[in-house]
Design a protein around this ligand. Structure first.
Ligand code: ZN
Length: 404
């Protein structure tokens, strides 16, 4: 069959598309390399990334022009990147991303810098509020944080929540504890803040935070198991978090826990969420006379103060979390497993119990969250930072122009 030449217009379009893809990928790879190794010489970036020195120089200049990079010893707020042997580093003085994390009973708003560090945060209760009121308050809270942090400009806003969150449509499809259904979060928050808004599930948001700023950096595959009011999981391989159709992956709430006995709202017995959820821990703590059963951190505080019953309840829960982690390890075989659960985060005996349950061979792969004091504050912002590190030039170009 004779080859037919593509029409010139199509060739030109394809070249442009390929060029823009290449630019996006190179800028992303370079910014990630600076995040991980900075301050770092451009020659080292070229060696680490396999890009040509000329391409690295060109992209570093672009990234400096939009305010994401600077020369390491240059005065802050200098836009120039000229001298080839001077190392470059992230310019973490100009930009922040906003974060909103919607939990079952409270909302956390935060500002994170380019290194994923919490610059400012605040938390407020939202029990009984309509979704639109919760989001309106979050937007007001963000505006207040930005007022308190002059000189930092927001690049984007990330919103994270538990339950079923569809990243593509920016919607909380279903959050059983909040009673939210098909809430168009991206639309609402864009309208209220004027920012580019990205929305994702909190387990996926935190797997991205671990990959970019935490213990999973450099791991080829990572599983994040989130055990709070809700129980869910997220899995990433080679820097890609698996979403699946309509972002339904990771909903493990109703997987059966081996040996589970508690009835679940879904009508079955022994679902992970029924066994592990914070409501169950609260009920057990109340029944044992340890706390009033409202805040799981009270159980940790009681255990830390020497209450043996509180410590036992937390260790038992950590063991069950270990059993759940073992199930997922069997299926996914990740290089690293990160667990977010209060006992495991704050008590060595709970981490030991979890690792014991997972088994000696795989125990070293399991670690607690890298953000024990800031899980909620990091989750929202991580959704936006993931987008930034994938496509730094587009996101920063869409932000307001740099002050001169
Ligand atoms: Zn169930």
């Amino acid at each position: 069959m004779p080859r037919t030449a593509a029409p010139p217009a199509l060739v030109s379009l394809l070249t442009r598309v390929a060029d823009s893809d290449r630019r996006r990928t190179s800028a992303s790879v370079i910014l990630r390399s600076v995040l991980e190794h900075g301050p770092v010489a451009r020659s080292t970036i070229a060696r680490l990334t396999g890009l040509s020195p000329a391409s690295v120089t060109d992209h570093c200049a672009r990234l400096a022009r939009v305010g994401l990079l600077r020369e390491a010893d240059a005065p802050r707020r200098s836009n120039g990147v000229g001298r080839p042997h001077v190392p470059v580093d992230l310019d973490d003085s100009r930009f922040v991303v906003g974060g909103v994390h919607v939990a079952a009973s409270c909302t956390t708003v935060s500002l994170l810098d380019l290194r994923g560090r919490v610059v400012a945060r605040r938390r407020s209760g939202h029990r009984g509020l309509e979704p639109s009121k919760v989001l309106a308050r979050a937007a007001d809270g963000l505006a207040a944080l930005l007022d308190e942090t002059p000189g930092r400009r927001p690049l984007a806003l990330g919103v994270a929540a538990g339950g079923w969150v569809d990243r593509d449509s920016g919607t909380v499809v279903e959050h059983p504890l909040l009673g939210w259904r098909d809430v168009p979060v991206r639309e609402a928050m864009s309208a209220r803040t004027g920012l580019a808004v990205h929305v994702d599930g909190h387990a996926r948001a935190l797997v991205n935070a671990e990959r970019l700023f935490g213990r999973a950096r450099g791991s080829r595959s990572v599983l994040h198991l989130f055990v709070g009011n809700l129980v869910d999981a997220a899995f990433a391989t080679h820097d890609e978090v698996h979403h699946g159709p309509r972002s339904q992956s990771g909903s493990i709430a109703h997987l059966p826990l081996p040996g589970g006995t508690r009835p679940c709202d879904c009508g079955r017995i022994g679902c992970l969420q029924a066994e592990l959820g914070e409501r169950t821990l609260g009920r057990r703590a109340r029944d044992a006379g340890v706390t009033d059963g409202v805040d799981p951190m009270d159980v940790v505080a009681a255990a830390d103060a020497g209450n043996p019953v509180a410590a036992r309840l937390l260790r038992e829960r950590a063991r069950m979390v270990g059993r759940a982690a073992g199930l997922l390890l069997d299926v996914l075989n990740p290089e690293r497993v990160v667990v977010t659960e209060v006992g495991v985060l704050f008590r060595e005996d709970c981490l030991a119990a979890l690792r014991d349950e997972v088994g000696a061979q795989r125990a070293a792969a399991v670690s607690p969250s890298s953000f024990p004091d800031a899980v909620a504050a990091v989750a929202g912002g991580a959704v936006a930072l993931d987008v930034l590190y994938r496509d730094p030039l587009t996101l920063s170009a869409d932000a307001a122009p740099l002050p001169t």
